[in-house]
Write a protein that binds this ligand. Structure first.
Ligand code: DHE
Length: 479
């Protein structure tokens, strides 16, 4: 009875203080969703602190002056408790959430600025949930606008590079016109989303959800929902979707599933669907695709291996011993002595693994200062840039010589502050590095001399994406 009373009290406190921004059902309104799935990345003591003190650079105010420590703890407990009725997000909710934005003046069919539209960078600033459009010739911002809460995964582009699509962890998909520098439309495809992919023919946007267990296909023109695909294996077991990828040469999407031992392929051209499944020996996550998209490499959750699955013969063809938890999604390729090699950072070990994609054997483990998250290069530069994100040396980026497979140089853009995620200009001449701090920056380096060219203040710039490198699927960048 006492517990029931506490729950009712917490629910009342939530309704009186939080519901106006986070929604009476905790699905989010102007503030983010507050359901256990959406809070997985926030530890409970940190949530208590946010409720008490607020969150800098956002509209979240602190409640310490208004509520007692017990009341604040009760609200924190409440938001980590699943609602009695599982929240629904079906076609009707998705459709009702969609908004189109009318232009202030008629849209131009040419860029409204004189910068090279293919050398723009989209910078995602997760500190205050904004995006900046950066002229990649002059390194000057052209526009800055608010995004939905917690964008995750790289933004994706239409094949001509005119439109960019964003996905947020709270399920929102947005479409932005880079030529007219304005938002076109947005829709909420799920409650807790992982990422989005855009089909290589530009017709479809696919959203991968943890909550509910769905893949949602949207019409890329206006983001109207076309199909909600419930994700279940042959036995009817439902699954979260870890991520969805566009496999352009296959004219299909490929999805990684969290809770069932299957890989899904969803053809989109010329006809959409039906889903084709490949059974796997283990749960596979975090995919790397070879250049032709014939093979994928997925990290095996149960073992310390990564599995190579051939998508044509639809089965595993090799296993690779990779114990350091490879971050295969950040894997990049280059040509080395007549072979194509794949390099991947490892999230738990300070090693960059170099794998021969012909034999699927590990050729070398390059020792770095610590475990890293991202790896980037460009066809016109001899170095692959690696961070040391999960280590005491997180302020230093190391450059691996792609010819000798040795660490050759390093840069420390802001001592004491995390340096991570590099992207190159379309010609590979300049490298842009993020300083991951609320008081952060994008630091532009000459990729050859490593001379600092410019420093632009940014609010925790988590990633930046060059239009040309992305739409041409440069070997040096994730796809
Ligand atoms: Fe990511 C991309 C998965 C945590 C920042 N991340 C991706 C992709 C996957 C993935 C599958 C590729 C999809 C795409 O680009 O469309 N990320 C995961 C996880 O499973 C993990 C470890 C835990 C989680 O709960 O999601 C995780 N990721 C993070 C972070 O903590 C990071 C550092 C900060 C954040 O914003 O959440 C982060 N992930 C990123 C970024 C990309 C990304 C910036 C795009 C990289 C790119 O260059 O394309």
């Amino acid at each position: 009875m006492a517990a029931l009373g506490m729950t009712l009290a917490a629910a009342a406190l939530y309704a009186a203080n939080c519901a106006v921004c986070h929604g009476p059902d905790r699905l989010g309104l102007s503030g983010p969703a507050l359901l256990p799935e959406n809070l997985e990345r926030l530890k409970r003591p940190a949530a208590v602190k946010v409720i008490a003190d607020g969150r800098m650079a956002t509209r979240m105010q602190g409640f310490a002056g208004k509520l007692s420590p017990e009341e604040i703890r009760a609200i924190a407990d409440w938001i980590y408790t699943s609602p009695a009725l599982e929240p629904q997000w079906r076609m009707q909710e998705i459709r009702a959430s969609r908004r189109s934005f009318a232009p202030a003046r008629p849209d131009s069919d040419k860029p409204v600025f004189d910068a090279d539209p293919l050398n723009l960078f989209i910078v995602v600033e997760t500190g205050d949930h904004h995006a900046t459009i950066l002229d990649g010739d002059r390194f000057v911002p052209l526009a800055r606008f608010p995004t939905h809460y917690a964008l995750h995964g790289g933004p994706k582009f239409s094949p001509d590079g005119r439109y960019v699509y964003f996905g947020s962890r709270d399920g929102w998909v947005s479409k932005y016109d880079l030529w007219n520098l304005r938002m076109i439309a947005e829709v909420r495809a799920g409650i807790n989303m992982r990422n989005i992919a855009v089909s290589s023919d530009g017709r479809w946007v696919m959203a991968a959800n943890y909550l509910p267990h769905t893949l949602v296909a949207l019409d890329a023109r206006d983001l109207s929902p076309v199909k909600v695909i419930e994700v279940r294996d042959a036995k009817g077991e439902s699954s979260r979707v870890s991520a969805v990828y566009d496999a352009a040469p296959r004219q299909g999407f490929v999805a990684a599933l969290k809770d069932v031992k299957e890989i899904w392929e969803i053809p989109y051209g010329p006809v959409f669907g039906p889903v084709r499944t490949i059974e796997t020996d283990d749960y596979l996550d975090d995919f790397f695709f070879d250049r032709g998209y014939h093979n994928l490499l997925g990290a095996s959750r149960g073992a310390q291996t990564s599995e190579v699955v051939n998508l044509d013969v639809r089965r595993r063809i090799a296993s690779i011993d990779l114990p350091g938890m490879p971050h295969l999604g950040s894997g990049i390729t280059w040509d080395w002595n007549g072979r194509t090699v794949l390099a991947t950072p490892n999230l738990r070990t300070g090693l960059i693994s170099i794998i021969d994609t012909g034999t699927w054997k590990v050729m070398k483990q390059i020792k770095t200062l610590g475990p890293g998250f991202f790896l980037r290069s460009h066809e016109n530069t001899p170095y692959a840039w690696a961070d040391n994100f999960n280590s005491p040396y997180r302020d230093t980026m190391q450059l691996i010589d792609k010819r000798t497979l040795e660490v050759a140089k390093s840069v420390t853009p802001a001592p004491g502050k995390t340096a991570a995620h590099v992207e190159f200009t379309r010609d590979g001449r300049y490298a842009l590095v993020s300083v991951w701090d609320m008081d952060g920056a994008i630091v532009v380096y000459d990729a050859k001399t490593l001379e600092e060219i410019k420093r632009l203040p940014m609010n925790k710039p988590s990633g930046k994406y060059n239009v040309y490198n992305k739409i041409t699927r440069s070997d040096g960048t994730s796809h």
